[in-house]
Design a binder for this molecule. Structure first.
Ligand SMILES: [Zn+2]
Length: 265
């Protein structure tokens, strides 16, 4: 036991650490070095964004509104550091730094929320609702047929109609908020859930997205090859390939235009 400890004990302080000095008032609009500006968005919960070249080449970071509180000052500093890297050229070294910063940032945010006694972000679950039953087509049925015909029933994934209005179908990897397990999620454009859309066209786009699971993205000379030669060859094995592509090019754009006008499909 040291003297200081004894002294502290004498003053009735249980801890060896001196009382924390009052924190200087940190503005929530800018990083400590004054170079990175922070903006807040109430729509954001589990993501942060950055825009390059706002303040003499320094980025601006858009944070979820709850991070405006003083407790998040250290997290904001990490976000600022992350943004400075994120707007730079994506070299391998820079990418590693970005990944590290982003993971440290979220770990700290989780810690701050836990200290406050708030529920963790992961239990809030940003998983979108999974709705395979459409107005005209049931995607689970289409997926089951494609899976058995082209993939020996070996693909494991979930499928949903997409809420995006842009009309794109896509595939992503999600985490189940309950089990924590990762799974593939195929999201199909609602432009396909239409009276004028034949089954072979829905099946075509589902098959395409399934291929993305079966054939992962390749990196060639630093470039991401998403629809490589092998992908295109496999894609053409779909028996209604020509019919699907024709529908996709000619009818889908009209349906998407209708969706934008909120018209019935
Ligand atoms: Zn694709």
């Amino acid at each position: 036991m040291n003297l200081f400890g004894m002294q502290l004990d004498l003053f009735g302080n249980n801890s060896d650490a001196p009382a924390e000095p009052a924190k200087p008032n940190v503005p929530s609009s800018v990083s400590r070095n004054g170079l990175v500006h922070f903006k807040y968005n109430t729509q954001l919960k589990k993501s942060i964004r950055c825009k390059g070249g706002v303040m003499f080449g320094h980025p601006e970071v858009i944070l979820p509104a709850y991070m405006k509180d003083a407790e998040f000052a250290e997290a904001r500093e990490l976000a600022a550091e992350w943004a400075e890297h994120a707007v730079r050229k994506k070299t391998a070294k820079n990418k590693a730094a970005i990944k590290d910063l982003v993971s440290r940032f979220w770990t700290l945010v989780e810690q701050i929320l836990a200290d406050r006694g708030e529920e963790s972000l992961s239990s809030k679950g940003r998983l979108p609702p999974i709705k395979p039953q459409g107005k005209y087509h049931n995607l689970n049925d289409v997926l089951a047929a494609i899976n058995s015909t082209y993939f020996e029933d070996k693909l494991t994934c979930r499928i949903t109609w997409s809420n995006r209005v842009g009309g794109l179908s896509f595939h992503s990897v999600r985490k189940d908020p309950v089990t924590g397990e990762e799974f593939h999620l195929i999201s199909i454009s609602k432009g396909y859930d239409a009276a004028n859309c034949p089954e072979y066209a829905v099946a075509g786009v589902v098959y395409h997205e399934c291929l993305h699971i079966a054939i992962p993205v390749e990196v060639k000379n630093g470039r991401r090859v998403v629809h490589g030669r092998n992908f295109r060859a496999r894609e053409r094995q779909y028996i209604y390939y020509d019919e699907w592509i024709k529908w996709h090019n000619q009818v889908l754009p009209l349906n998407i235009r209708k969706m934008r006008r909120h018209a019935e499909l």
